[in-house]
Write a protein that binds this ligand. Sequence first.
Ligand SMILES: *Cc1c(COP(=O)(O)O)cnc(C)c1O
Length: 484
Amino acid sequence: MTRLEESVVDGSKADEAATRQDLPSIDRLLRDTTVAEWVSEHGHTMIARETRALVEELRAEVQASKVSRSILTPESLRLALHQRLSARLAPRMRNVLNLTGTVIHTNLGRALLANDALSHLLKMMSGPNNLEYDLETGGRGDRDNIVEELLCTLTGAEAATVVNNNAAAVLLTIASIARNREVIVSRGELVEIGGAFRMPDVMASAGAHMIEVGTTNRTHLHDYERAISERTALLMKVHTSNYAVQGFTSSVNEAELSTLAHARGLPVATDLGSGALVDLTTWGLPREPMPQDMLTAGCDIVTFSGDKLLGGPQAGLIVGSKAAVAKIRKFPMKRALRMSKLPLAALEATLMVYLRPERVAKDLPTLRMLTRPEADIRRISEMLCPMVAEVVAPRFNVRVESMLGQIGSGSLPVERLPSAGLAIAPASKKGAGRMLDEIATALRRLPLPVIGRISEDRMLLDLRCLEQPSDLTGQLEQLRQQLA
Ligand SMILES: *Cc1c(COP(=O)(O)O)cnc(C)c1O
């Protein structure tokens, strides 16, 4: 072992411009006692790769005469290498604090898992499990069996299956029932939910011919009736989850549509989007359609998401009649869209919470936050306000404000959640835009990045989703430094 000191620039010549002769060899660097310790911790491969990259970078900078010898002192070299290693080993996926006011935020990972779901997930992934193994017979099992009975109990369905997400559930439903045939859908329900999910494109991807009926604001039963032909395979309803058409409107409900469809020997599928398994009005929240209601109305297939209002992992849940679900399950595309064991374990535990609906708003973090009393959020806001104000003063003023949040992920877009939080405003009008950028950046650079929203020249931190105040108070000193 050697010390790097023997081979590289010493501190006394630090101000001079570095030359190529001053560059350490990769070999030398690797034999440094401190670096060697890192090699024994992380192995040779990674340390050698990062060392090589560091020396390459330094060589380029030296050639461009961009550096003084100070960055080639042993301490700076070790520090530079250490920083590279830390950056490499820092996960790209990180926790953040969602203070946007949108509880189910797609960009921030949607629903949070219940503790029961986390522990079941961890336990199941730590060893082999009976994913596709029948413990009664010792024969091959079906992964659907893990949640099918639960889903049937909770929704009253005859059968159920699950796939990767709700987009996959819709695609698979249409492809398996209506490929090369026609699907009738109202012009008022041709939703785009963001990303690449647009109903007409999904129909095309599934190989079905979409037959649009009615108009944007009004569709009647006779519109569907007239469009039915021998090429029709499916009548489709789509929950207009992320927009509302108001005024002179009319649509056909699932019960009327099912009566018509069944009289013609056709099935009805409904894409519910979010789909709540419990009646949200119990907690004073707006009513969201429930899969069980759609089945009662006569729908043959209902699809919904696992990580929206359900409060579980990413999943596409498909519930419905025995015949329709069997057709979907048999379709080859199902294999490509099947759910992984990871979310499946979390889904099972999440659904178990619904067997005890009284526990739902306590045990499922997403529902807990959605049902959090406004007074509670305000109390936390009042408590934190002076602490945050002290840290951002004198350039910013902070006060507690009433805010309107959202459920998110397309649920009930026109309904707002009365909430409270901190409004951080630049103290002067001049340069306010730049200062807002600055506070937003400072918040994002915290160890647990804080994501708020900017509105009317203020940074708003809606505290509905702040369940542990220490998540914020514990990093106020870092915020002070960031702003300095
Ligand atoms: C969210 C949503 C989907 C897609 O669900 P994912 O689980 O995100 O794939 C499909 N349809 C509607 C109406 C939705 O709201």
